[in-house]
Design a protein around this ligand. Sequence first.
Ligand SMILES: [Zn+2]
Length: 413
Amino acid sequence: MKTLLLAEWIAPMNRPPLHQAGVVFDESRILAVAPANTLRQQHPDATLIDAGAAIILPGLINAHTHLELSDCTRLCPPPDSFVQWLKDVISRTTQDPANLASSVQHAISTATAQCLRFGVTTVADISRQCHLTRPLLRQSPLRVVSYGEVQAMAERRDLLEPRLATAIDRTHASDRLRVALSPHAPYSIEATGYRRCLQLAKNHHLPLATHLAETPDEATFLANHTGPFRDLWDFLHAWDDRVPTFPAGPIRFAQSLGLLDHPTLLAHVNYCDDDELAILAASQASVVYCPRTHAYFNHPPHRWRDMLARGINVAVGTDSAASSPDLNLVDDLRLLHRLAPDLSPETLWQMATLRAARALDQHQSLGSITPGKAPDFALFPVATRDPLREVLETHRLLPAQLWIAGQPVYPPP
Ligand SMILES: [Zn+2]
């Protein structure tokens, strides 16, 4: 069945917005994008829906979150340090195994409702409990790149292979749920584990993500196993001295492992000097900046604009509810618009669409309104002739409609 969706504006993202235009699609793909009159003439058999005073955007892509933490809401004021925050999240989410499945189910339900309300159609979800989250997410309308998270260091080194097996298990994969892999961070998985993940990602064509350079303590820990991350291992009573050191910081660590010769998604990269910026610019990796989470931890200004200027692919994510007020990705774009009012609104929207799709290695099928790509759309009500700016400057404005795979999912049919 063909649908013709028209609106005052459409913003395909790979070209400038079109006025009084629309998109024709079926359940699997976009067929045409053009002015309204052209589409009416060429597709008289399509079911016509005129959204009126709205802008049609590609479905938004949250390039970094942890949906299973959606009930672990953030503490205000924030804990004194990142490691104190981590300890707090660990203690709040470690529970009786008998309750785990039901609490994960509730968190995923909370998360899914938020994504759909905020215009997000695709999520890069990092999941430690992927054996529980994948069957739940498969039932939701969302598209999910489900990165099974792997931690394996020190006395927990031997957990590498069983955790990898769970992470790459494709039992619950579907045309909307893609299995992917995430070695967690340089303070929780050793070089051997990272190399194994990279090899599996290449062999099985799995998107790959890791947390990198999130705090300056990562470099200290890598160099000599001291500082707050070592305190965390002592707190867990799981340290041993066979963990190798690395002297030159997390970005060169990732480079040494081959992660930067691959389209790896690097979450955060909050700490990056000019030489490291040049390394990233020569790499195939993408950076995901999580603006409201970054602000919560009070990091120094993120170098996302320097990254964009150097040609690095930068996308936006919310990170989890444990550090972000909610999963409203547009509010992250609104913060960026306030931080960089001179930057074009279209560049910001691309960070939640085209650039995000590339960060997830999904740009062949997602991220722009282009014939052949998936028919996922978010429609926002607008009234001005600068609609991309208007949505960013209208506090709390929410989508009027959301479509995934050619079907309306919001408002509920
Ligand atoms: Zn994260």
